[in-house]
Design a protein. Sequence first.
Length: 184
Amino acid sequence: MSDSEELDIDGGESPEESTAPKKKSGIKRLLPNILKFAAIGIGATIFIVTVCVFTIQLMGPSGVPLTSTDASSPYEGNIPELEWYSGIGAITATTRDNHGVSIEMHLGYSKGDATASSELIARRLELRDFLRRYFAGKYSNDLRGPDNEVQLKKEIMENLNTRYLDTGKIRRIAIDKFDILEIF
């Protein structure tokens, strides 16, 4: 072999190169890129589905967030219009530490809910008895203050909805009069 053949100075093809395969066609050249983007798309889809499932699990089985906003929060949203049951009247009781309690409250239920209205009317005496016993089981310090009042409303509403009402549900409680008196 001459030196010019080894260095390929004339630019000619060597006999081995002439039998080498020709350049890939268009589809064969694009196939690795298509597969790469398909793998990225499948990976992104799996990631998104995983994040969605994890988020739904955090919200709880009922779809309601496990965290809640404070009832006195200004970010509560629109307050629905309610109908009010005022047939309970004034409740008086003596607390565990011998203080008198006098309270007048109204129970709010969804507007147009005839079953809640009829249930509240039918169970008026049971509701009055429950409220009297409820306040008789509390200490006067548990009843004082706005934070305690919010907690009392939540407890009363939960008890009435779970123990006393079958189909109707109380949505809100409004208190007209709430007096704690010292008995001498």
